[in-house]
Write a protein that binds this ligand. Structure first.
Ligand SMILES: [Zn+2]
Length: 649
């Protein structure tokens, strides 16, 4: 358990934008910050962070939360684990008991797996630095490569001994779970060590936790693979991890470029030499998930190849994806027989960077040159190349870029531009159809979050119209409830002068309390019950009491309701959002009265209906009183309707 005082300390320093910026590049947009959502694939940012409110919300996929919630979701951690993560980031000491074997058993699986990997990493490091075998074999290999002690420490490099059981035995002795060891691929089904006689490169996730290991063989055993990687597990998805990304991310953002190499030692050499924006796709060819990971930090990728042209050709196939993501990809081929490691050591940082700058070719150019040199003058092969290049060009979202590439390719392949344009157009039509379907799906999702205005897209010409829904006193029960709760959450501690010195909280509760059963939504009801209990105890409440509430329903709903569509800068970029309306926060007084009126109107409507029904059904009784009451209710209803219309106008 983490003491409440410590939790308060953590929550008060863990600024949501700081926490999220470790994972997502954010750009300031008015009072909010925007970035590409890490939880769904998107090309234009709809991920919004509100530093003032301490929350984030994605208008694409709807994910939202606080700094703690973000870490829980992103790092797949439990609540206490996320708090510990933040405590660590901000150097807050968390008083904690040592993890006992009993505790270990109840820890969440992912937590447990991280702990096992940490133990393994420490063990491998000890082997490397403290055992004779480790020093003689592993350490001498790393030293030979020129890695300094600081690099070894920072990247937690290690060594796995040749005796095949030492690690597994020690782990079991220390009460680590055999199943976990096997899940992580550290121990085999025969309870022996998976990594034997190899130097070890731990693979970190975006938050610096070790999720897997790569082991490089040093002997020349032909029956053994040169590299061995941990299998995929609950904490390791190799398609989503780039080796070195955790260490490189700050430099990538700063340089606005990510350099991609093939090998672990390439990364280490460059990083140690001062080129820190470097990563490697570990154990796979480049995947679309890895590309999207990079895109969250920069649009510019430079890929360094040292392989033979045939190998590169295969690698290029996957790279069409990068074009579709509208990223700027440049490729560099190193001189024959050099890899980044050797070439960097030979040439030094300045000459290396200069070589990259001078020899980087854009993707289409690189691909055309490579494929054409292979096809020679064979007309059939050349037509295949053309097909290949055309489909790549069609993937580029930017029309000007496309036109540029068409021109370039036409001269390079000696084909008339008009023919190329027609070919690209065919591919584009196909893609456009797919994209349109996607767009409409996305629009539907957005509309669900949009309660201020309605967006209508004309499918014919793609024209977008925004219709303000608030100009009509249209009562939608769900919207109305949501508004009421939203006002309570976001403005509860603000003062309403018109009614004397009362807060929004104090003003709303008496109205809602007697009609709380009208709230159909369970979470909304919980929120009001919480507010009512505070009101009865004469306690004030504030926004943070909702977003950090112990009840997840209250917490999630509060976050979700507190960032409005106004923050959706995406629309602004598209030139659609032109209204200069006040922000809802500044409108809270009007919103507050209006919401109460609407709520009252709803209650009245129901009462009127019931009374009318009663009057019609009971034909023989005296109905004068009922009718009088009905008349009163109707009067009140009309008054409110009138007032609502005035407020609105
Ligand atoms: Zn999202």
């Amino acid at each position: 358990m983490i003491p409440a005082k410590t939790i308060d300390d953590i929550l008060s320093v863990a600024r949501v934008e700081e926490v999220i910026e470790d994972f997502v590049a954010l750009k300031r947009r008015g009072v909010n910050m925007m970035g590409l959502c890490p939880f769904h694939d998107e090309k234009t940012p709809s991920f919004t962070v509100s530093p003032a409110k301490g929350i984030y919300k994605c208008f694409g996929c709807g994910k939202s939360g606080t700094s703690v919630g973000f870490i829980m979701e992103h790092e797949n951690l439990s609540y206490p684990e996320a708090l510990k993560y933040l405590a660590n980031k901000y150097n807050i000491t968390v008083e904690e008991r040592e993890v006992s074997p009993e505790d270990r058993a109840v820890l969440q699986l992912t937590d447990a797996l991280h702990i096992v990997n940490n133990f393994a990493a420490e063990h491998f490091t000890k082997n490397l630095l403290e055992t004779d075998e480790g020093k003689a074999v592993g350490l001498s290999y790393f030293k030979e490569r020129g890695f300094r002690q600081h690099t070894l420490d920072q990247w937690q490099l290690g060594f796995a001994m040749s005796s095949g059981k030492a690690f597994t035995n020690l782990a079991l002795e220390k009460q680590y779970n055999l199943e976990h060891l096997q899940k992580l691929g550290l121990s085999t089904q025969y309870e022996s060590d998976f990594f034997k006689s190899r130097v070890i490169f731990p693979i970190h996730n975006l938050s610096g936790k070790i999720v897997a290991f790569a082991g490089r063989m040093l002997s020349k055993d032909k029956n053994q693979p040169k590299y061995l990687n941990s299998p995929e597990s609950e904490i390791y998805n190799k398609r989503k991890i780039l080796y070195g990304f955790y260490f490189a991310k700050t430099a990538i953002r700063k340089a606005d470029e990510c350099i991609v190499v093939e090998g672990y030692t390439d990364v280490l050499t460059l990083f140690q030499g001062g080129v820190e924006n470097v990563v490697a796709s570990s154990g796979t060819s480049f995947t679309v998930d890895q590309i999207r990971l990079i895109k969250r930090f920069t649009d510019n990728i430079k890929i360094i190849y040292d392989g033979d042209p045939a190998g590169i050709k295969a690698a290029l196939r996957g790279l069409d994806l990068v074009l579709a993501e509208n990223m700027d990809v440049r490729l560099v081929l190193l001189p024959k027989d050099e890899d980044p490691d050797s070439f960097f050591k030979k040439s030094g940082q300045d000459a290396f960077s200069k070589y990259l700058d001078e020899n980087a070719k854009d993707f289409i150019d690189f691909k055309t040159t490579l494929l054409l040199s292979e096809a020679g003058n064979d007309p059939i092969k050349r037509s295949h190349v053309l097909r290949d290049i055309v489909s790549s060009i069609a993937l580029i979202p930017d029309a000007i870029k496309r036109a540029m590439y068409v021109k370039q390719t036409s001269s390079k392949m000696e084909i008339e531009e008009a023919i190329l344009i027609a070919e690209v157009e065919k591919d584009l039509q196909k893609l456009k159809k797919e994209q349109q379907q996607q767009y409409h799906r996305e629009k539907l999702r957005e509309d669900r979050n949009n309660f201020v205005t309605e967006v209508i897209v004309n499918p014919e010409d793609g024209q977008v119209e925004m219709i303000p829904t608030t100009t009509l006193p249209k009562i939608n029960d769900e919207h109305q409830e949501r508004d009421l709760v939203r006002i309570l959450i976001t403005s509860c501690d603000l003062m309403l002068e018109k009614n004397g010195d009362v807060t929004v909280h104090e003003y709303l509760i008496p109205f809602v309390e007697e009609n709380i059963d009208f709230l159909a939504n369970k979470a909304y009801k919980k929120i009001f019950e919480f507010a009512i209990s505070k009101y009865k105890a004469s306690q004030k409440i504030a926004f943070k009491d909702f977003i950090h509430h112990e009840d997840a329903d209250i917490r999630d709903t509060a976050v979700d309701l507190s960032i409005s569509k106004y923050a959706f800068a995406n629309w602004e970029e598209k030139g659609i959002f032109l209204q200069t309306q006040q922000m809802p926060e500044e409108n809270f007084k009007k919103d507050c009265y209006e919401s109460i009126l609407r709520f009252r109107l709803r209650v009245l409507k129901k009462e009127i209906n019931e009374l009318e029904k009663m009057i019609l059904e009971n034909s023989d009784e005296d109905k004068t009183i009922d009718i009088k009451v009905l008349q009163q209710l109707l009067n009140e209803r009309n008054e409110i309707a009138k007032e609502l219309t005035q407020i609105v106008l």
